[in-house]
Design a protein around this ligand. Structure first.
Ligand code: SF4
Length: 458
């Protein structure tokens, strides 16, 4: 008999949901308000659209289309999100029809009904650097195709916050607290995990069944959410007596012809893998990828076009948007990768692994978000500019600047929380431990040193 899966809270809250907040178990009588390509969100700097990029996978042509749309309909910039999606800001509230048509033409809106449920992250270096077990971007594409084709009709009813993760075994996206995670195994199979359960609670499936198993796990979640009467949006919101169990999953898999066995192997889920560092990444096939960090996740149309152009000129024609506000360009020769890396750096993006931008993030803050107490992006930029340099030091823990306690898009694992408490004051706290470490109050003028100290000692 298979035992019940353990489903403790995930480490990363859904966007727009405060960390540390008890999961909501009240019945939700409404749809979630997550923005999408068809559902614009009113913000202080105009309307906002979120374009889902399953697996972070974009063609150069799609990237160019997004640059065009951002200039013609938005503020000429793109925001990279903590789920590897892209946001357009500064839109006219009435541009929805034009925006949707442009995205459909580019293949970025394959199914209106499934627009907001295509939340799939994948290990960005999968199949490129020899660091994992195979290329899980294949699973991301298959799962997305199945979702959009309506293979399981009820999945169009998933919340826009529900997240699938495809991890190639290195443990990077497995650490993001997804609702359904597939972790590749050395023998070509996959461990399927629901919620952030303990590794020993995993089910192992064949690699070719993995995308279907992930979709069926989401179907099982929806059935449990319905039965619980809570209308839960995420796995961790299910009451314990309605939790997704390995027994329930195995029965559903059997009905659909998916073989699954209980396994003690959960992949490297107990040791979160590092996100791709900026710079040139070499692969076992002699090809090279350029890993680019986008400071604070916001990029103008011109440097974005440069990335698309490099992808189509020297690279494979593909861009991979990462959940850590970066982009990976695969498929270069060593010389072309080095030249592309220099060109990207000249355009203001980061390809230096020792850059002080590494591990620094911020929410939208003022003036884009009415809830923000401060211009956190300006303060973060100033803190980076003033940061004391320590060449050769290991990368410090991430720091995330938030304009209010919602802390939208903050990182997982251990991180430094720089929370604005007024327009000029911050509270620094180390998070990602069982109990947050003691707080340091600091003014914006003294942020750089205080952040560096806290990151170095965290
Ligand atoms: S201030 Fe930042 S954390 Fe707060 S709601 Fe706005 S974007 Fe989210």
């Amino acid at each position: 008999m298979l035992a019940a899966m353990s489903l403790p809270p995930a480490t990363v809250p859904p966007a727009n949901e405060a960390p540390g907040q008890a999961p909501s178990r009240r019945a939700r009588g409404r749809d979630d308000a997550c923005p999408g390509a068809l559902r614009l969100h009113p913000a202080d700097d105009g309307s906002l659209a979120r374009v889902r990029i399953p697996g972070g996978l974009l063609t150069a042509g799609q990237a160019l289309a997004l640059a065009r749309v951002s200039e013609e309909l938005g503020d000429g910039r793109l925001d990279l999100t903590s789920r590897g999606n892209l946001q357009l800001r500064g839109l006219d509230a009435a541009c929805g029809g034009e925006l949707a048509a442009a995205l459909r033409d580019a293949g970025l809106l394959p199914s209106d009904r499934h627009d907001r449920v295509r939340n799939i992250v994948a290990s960005p270096l999968s199949g490129l650097d020899g660091g994992g077990h195979g290329d899980v971007t294949v699973w991301a594409r298959e799962l997305d195709a199945a979702l959009c084709a309506g293979a399981w009709d009820e999945l169009s009813g998933l919340s826009g916050r529900f997240l699938f993760a495809m991890d190639d075994g290195r443990g990077d996206v497995a650490a993001l607290g997804a609702d359904v995670t597939l972790i590749a195994t050395p023998d070509g199979g996959a461990v399927l995990r629901v919620g952030s359960g303990a590794p020993e609670a995993g089910l192992e499936v064949r690699g070719r069944d993995a995308p279907r198993a992930a979709a069926l796990a989401a179907v099982e979640f929806l059935a449990r959410a319905r039965a619980s009467g809570t209308g839960a949006w995420r796995v961790r919101e299910l009451p314990a007596r309605h939790a997704v169990t390995a027994d329930g999953l195995a029965a559903r898999f059997a009905d659909e012809g998916v073989e699954a066995v209980r396994t003690g192997r959960g992949g490297p889920v107990d040791a979160p893998g590092a996100p791709p560092a900026p710079g040139v990444v070499s692969g076992p096939d002699g090809r090279h990828a350029v890993s680019v960090l986008v400071p604070l996740g916001r990029v103008g149309a011109a440097p974005w076009r440069l990335l698309a152009g490099l992808a189509s000129r020297g690279g494979s024609g593909e861009l991979r948007v990462t959940p850590w506000r970066g982009v990976v360009l695969p498929g270069f020769t060593a010389d072309d990768a080095a030249a592309a890396s220099r060109e990207v750096a000249d355009a203001g993006l980061v390809t230096d692994p020792g850059s002080p931008w590494a591990g620094v993030g911020a929410c939208t803050g003022r003036p884009g978000c009415a809830k923000s107490l401060a211009d956190v992006r300006a303060h973060a930029t100033r803190a980076v500019a003033d940061a004391p340099r320590s060449p050769g030091a290991p990368p410090p823990v991430p720091v995330y600047f938030s304009g209010c306690e919602r802390r939208c898009g903050h990182p997982g694992g251990r991180w430094v929380d720089a929370l604005a408490t007024s327009g000029t004051d911050y509270r620094l706290t180390v998070r990602g431990t069982r109990e947050p470490d003691g707080a340091t109050e600091v003014t914006a003028e003294r942020l750089a040193d205080a952040v560096a100290t806290t990151r170095g000692t965290a």
